[in-house]
Design a binder for this molecule. Structure first.
Ligand SMILES: [Ca+2]
Length: 98
């Protein structure tokens, strides 16, 4: 229930959401290129995934091609933002149905 409220607040407050997205983006974009590449995404996923379920670079590349709407092998802030919003909606719906 707490999660649901936090998500609700975040989805309504666009400034807060944008700041959060930018902050997370620049944390992942290690080299500050303004784009997230497969190596950067792989590093962060390896870091955050609790069980090291044999995540390999190929999995990350496959996941990236789903997100990468421009198909250039890199994730822009715009694409990243769309991904975060989709994830928030997913979590919100999951919380709402439980
Ligand atoms: Ca980068």
């Amino acid at each position: 229930m707490k999660i649901k409220r936090a998500l609700q607040i975040l989805m309504k407050d666009e400034t807060k959401l944008n700041n959060l997205v930018k902050e997370a983006f620049s944390a992942i974009d290690r080299d500050g290129s303004g784009e997230i590449d497969d190596i950067e995404l792989y590093e962060i996923l390896k870091h955050v995934s609790q069980e090291d379920g044999g995540l390999c670079l190929e999995d990350v590349k496959a996941a990236m091609s789903e997100l990468d709407t421009y198909n250039d092998g890199r994730i822009t802030l715009e694409e990243f933002r769309a991904m975060v919003i989709a994830a928030l909606n997913f979590l919100y719906q999951r919380e709402s149905s439980s």
